[in-house]
Ligand binder design. Sequence first.
Ligand code: FES
Ligand code: FES
Length: 167
Amino acid sequence: MKEHRIRLKVNGDESEMAVEPRTLLSDLLRNQLGLTGTHVGCEQGACGACTVIIDGKPQRSCLILAVQADESTVETIEGVAEDGIEHAVQISLHQQHGLQCGFCTPGIVMSLVAASRYGRDAETTKAQILEGHLCRCTGYVNIRAAIDAAWETTGGGPERSDLGVGE
Ligand code: FES
Ligand code: FES
């Protein structure tokens, strides 16, 4: 099958690569770039596990062909911490026990990071997480608590952590 050359900026690094037209962005991230923190569950847009941020917006990478992402900026869970310091939402999920097996967690983190950048309030964000991410383990109670904690700690815009974990 004829391959196409695409260019992406992933977690700040420019990449140029050849992909088949049928390659999903989720597969490119995991198999070609080794970014296996982006999990794949349903492969049909239902579970949210594969969520990454594309050009500032949370998107399900299993629903996007790699060629459609040509010239995009992509952020994955591997790029969320800065200089070894976790993002506020990562710290809150940890501290509030907002994960168990962790399969859904990278996708949830990416949606929360995007919500924090858009300045969404905690209630709107919780509703979006409940609608858009399936978690088989937690029952969502502690995920909701983590969102409250992150938003409270940072005054509603938890773009960066000041909780000190990871320093
Ligand atoms: S794997 Fe993409 S939404 Fe489930
Ligand atoms: S923590 Fe296991 S699926 Fe969410």
